[in-house]
Design a protein around this ligand. Structure first.
Ligand code: ATP
Length: 486
């Protein structure tokens, strides 16, 4: 990360805390590593991102429905899915600092340093060697690369490493009152399996015909070896996943369809296209016959936000095997039964949240020859902004607070609003700019005479005078989901 980007990211992180978007979990007890709480504005923004996703996936597609499955599931599910035996990261410990790292992350950092130092050939070679080692699950080779490229522990500075080992990422707990006779259950590491095990329930009760999809938003838990970059890699996080069931042989068409459709969703909020890229998986997961990541350029580089995976019939077939129940679809056109193939779209809600903030955050210098001035502004899309409008009385007297509250009352059922009468108007604008509120509405003395108010726009800082009776329509148009989804 360059110094500027490093600083920018630090500023984004402290901004989120200062304005009530994200807090470290259990902070008064010194926090809990890689766990975070969403504050009063963060939870609004998060809800808006969820709504954007849900509308686009479920409401706009007649053949996609949404469910909400439980976090706890039968432990056999994780055996069937391959998570008990295979959901692991290659990790390595430094014997001097006692710090634990993901071996592939250490190597990726070295590649980034090679690139920064202009040694692109070395970077390419190391990338190729690492990809080959990961694809072959060759742990000794990963260790060899760490030694060969003289990768040292960032904490101790030494190269005194243990061997590379696999570390399972699932959390487990006991279900049942007594320790004896209770069963070990897992906190789900992904929401997808809750969809697969409900495949027939949804298909039959919803009379769904292939191709169709099942979507869900929910918590997932992973005991990540290392927690890095704020809410990028958490131990408790949220996913928005959709499994699309298709006829075998048609999966590549649908894979292409969802790849395009998902990128369109990302770009619709106004993020510059050059901030995104596709990254094809080199090492395909055991269940996939194609997989791609949608990556976003965070201040710390391009990182995965969403994965699109062609999962074949692996999951349903595995659940057939482990449950002994048939999970097949009768295709009336083909007149035969088959296990459908699946295309999955899986996006991390917290990463989308961080992306949205990083993309929206700007420190603007507004200084003129006469005076120094600056503002921090979040250029959030109005549909995503936590507060849709702020309502101010120009002053605290002459009946203006009452008038402003009257305006609030007319609008507050349909829009999330904030009322503010403290400090100068300028300061109040700055506070709203900092949380991404698209417009501020001010009631002044003229309002008492002709019921007009000023609207001040966040991005242009321009003001216009409108009739208070039209505010409902004006705000309605500004934050309509049609702006994003049609
Ligand atoms: P990574 O390679 O970064 O660990 P992954 O490939 O394991 O991610 P998936 O299993 O494909 O991730 O999960 C789908 C999405 O869930 C990811 O694209 C990401 O946005 C999100 N996600 C995964 N792990 C975490 C985490 N620990 N914290 C926050 N979000 C996560």
């Amino acid at each position: 990360m360059s110094k500027n980007n490093d600083e920018l990211f630090k500023n984004v992180v402290s901004h989120t805390k200062e304005y009530g978007f994200v807090f470290p979990s259990s902070e008064i007890y010194d926090g809990l590593s890689a766990v975070y709480d969403y504050g009063q504005l963060g939870s609004e923004l998060k809800n808006n991102i969820k709504t954007y996703w849900w509308k686009s996936m479920v409401q706009l597609n007649e053949n996609i429905v949404g469910i909400d499955s439980a976090i706890f599931m039968h432990p056999k599910i994780w055996k069937a899915s391959g998570h008990v035996d295979g959901f692991a990261d290659p990790m390595i410990d430094n014997k001097d600092s006692k710090k634990r790292y993901r071996a592939d992350n250490l190597i990726e950092d070295k590649i980034a340093r090679y690139i920064k130092d202009g040694k692109s050939e070395k970077a390419d070679q190391l990338q190729t060697d690492m990809d080959a080692a990961l694809a072959a699950d060759d742990l000794p080779k990963l260790k060899e690369l760490i030694e060969l490229h003289e990768i040292a522990c960032p904490v101790s500075g030494t190269r005194n490493w243990t061997d590379v080992r696999q570390f399972n990422l699932m959390f487990s707990t006991q279900m049942g009152a007594m320790a004896e006779g209770s069963d070990e259950v897992y906190l789900r590491p992904e929401t997808a399996q809750g969809i697969f095990v409900n495949f027939l329930n949804v298909q039959k009760s919803g009379r769904m015909r292939i191709p169709f999809g099942i979507a869900q938003i929910g918590k997932a838990f992973r005991n990540e070896v290392i927690a890095r970059q704020f809410i990028m890699r958490m131990r408790e996080f949220e996913q928005m996943e959709m499994q699309f069931f298709v006829k075998p042989g048609t999966e590549m068409e649908w894979y292409a369809h969802w790849k395009e459709s998902r990128l369109k969703w990302h770009l619709a909020v106004g993020t510059p296209a050059e901030k995104y890229r596709f990254h094809d998986h080199v090492k395909l997961a055991h269940y996939a016959n194609a997989a791609v990541d949608i990556e976003f350029e965070f201040p710390f580089g391009f990182k995965e936000v969403e994965g699109i995976h062609s999962r074949t019939d692996f999951d349903l077939s595995q659940h057939e095997k482990f449950s002994g129940k048939k999970l097949q679809y009768f295709d009336t056109v083909e007149n035969k039964n088959y296990v459908p193939y699946v295309i999955e779209t899986s996006i991390g809600l917290d990463r989308m949240f961080l992306l949205t903030l990083c993309n929206a955050y700007e420190e603007q210098d507004l200084s003129t020859e006469e005076k120094q001035d600056s503002r921090t502004v979040l250029h959030l899309h109005p549909c995503l902004a936590p507060v849709k409008a702020a309502v101010f009385p120009l002053t605290k007297k002459d009946g203006l607070p009452e008038k402003a509250r009257e305006i609030m009352d007319l609008l507050k059922l349909d829009f999330n609003l904030q009322y503010d009468e403290k400090d100068s108007i300028g300061k109040r604008y700055r506070r709203q700019d900092a949380i991404g509120t698209p417009v501020c509405i001010t009631a002044d003395h003229q309002t008492l005479e002709d019921n007009t108010v000023t609207i001040r726009h966040r991005d242009s800082m321009e003001q216009e005078r409108v009739n208070a009776a039209d505010l409902d329509t004006i705000l309605g148009k500004l934050v309509s989901w049609k702006n994003l989804l049609s």
